[in-house]
Design a protein around this ligand. Structure first.
Ligand SMILES: C[S@@+](CC[C@H](N)C(=O)[O-])C[C@H]1O[C@@H](n2cnc3c(N)ncnc32)[C@H](O)[C@@H]1O
Length: 258
């Protein structure tokens, strides 16, 4: 932990800052984002004009893209910097998107939505399963009867089989070159993927953040969705939307409100 990090802060309150947004949340190309948006709109069975809830929206990549297609979007994320960035883009482009900085474990938008999603391992963070259930329950409360909800998460079967102990990413941004090294281990007792992120800034400063994600197997993700009150939960591959197989790196759990 560095001097600037609070010992009581949850890891997502310290990791999601610069340069994680630029390196991990900005899609490498427009076609990848388009594929994700096509996948979401098909699975949610929504048409332009519908209201969507982007739970843990990050820098707003998907919410902004959906608003450009004519959807009304409510995005929530705890990272204020990301929310300011997303809101500024929505303002500049005059898009029907509202972005709010809040804790997604409790946040329910003021207007019920026709569909919702939680994309990119924003679920299952930390080891407290009650917290995870709270986030799913908040999503359910945010949705109209019959509305669908999508969670996109690592397919832990594939992740464990092809375990990648170290990942490095280097990116040159306006202020210089950043380097991120992510070291992964497993805590089999706790059932968690543990990762240490070491972030090297262009000025030589370095910080470390330790993160934990619950090792939910796909069927456990389905069970959590069902516990939160979703019905007809299906497991699919992301972003193709095809039935999930063990070789698919990312999975989708898609359920609906009764
Ligand atoms: C890997 S990012 C994915 C962002 C976005 N969904 C995307 O696909 O670009 C995970 C996001 O979840 C947010 N997050 C995690 N826990 C949260 C919580 N309890 N409340 C609000 N946001 C949370 C983080 O701040 C981060 O922006």
């Amino acid at each position: 932990m560095t001097a600037t990090e609070s010992p009581t802060a949850a890891w997502w309150q310290t990791l999601y800052d610069r340069p994680i947004g630029e390196i991990f949340l900005e899609r490498p190309d427009a076609s990848r984002l388009e594929r994700e948006i096509d996948c979401l709109t098909e699975l949610l069975e929504v048409q332009p004009g519908a209201t969507l809830f982007d739970q843990c929206c990050g820098t707003g990549s998907q919410g902004l893209a959906l608003a450009r297609r004519g959807f009304a979007v409510f995005g929530v994320d705890q990272a204020e910097g990301y929310i300011q960035q997303a809101a500024a883009k929505a303002r500049d482009e005059v898009l029907p998107a509202v972005f709010v900085a809040a804790d997604a474990r409790d946040y329910v938008p003021p207007k019920m939505a026709d569909g919702g999603y939680n994309w990119g391992t924003s679920f299952g963070n930390g080891l407290d399963e009650d917290d995870h259930l709270r986030m799913l329950s908040a999503a359910r409360q945010a949705l109209k009867p019959g509305a669908r909800y999508v969670v996109e998460f690592p397919n832990m079967v594939c992740l464990l089989r092809d375990f990648q102990a170290v990942l490095t990413r280097r990116k040159t941004l306006a202020d210089g070159t950043w380097l991120v090294v992510r070291e992964s281990t497993l805590d089999l007792h706790a059932g968690a993927l543990l990762q240490r992120w070491t972030i090297f800034a262009p000025d030589g400063a370095r910080r470390e953040v330790d993160t934990q994600v619950r090792l939910y197997l796909p069927h456990e993700l389905r069970l959590q969705m069902e516990r939160a009150g979703f019905i007809d939960v299906r497991l699919l591959a992301a972003p193709s939307g095809r039935p999930l197989g063990s070789a698919d790196a990312r999975c989708l759990a898609v359920g609906r409100v009764a």
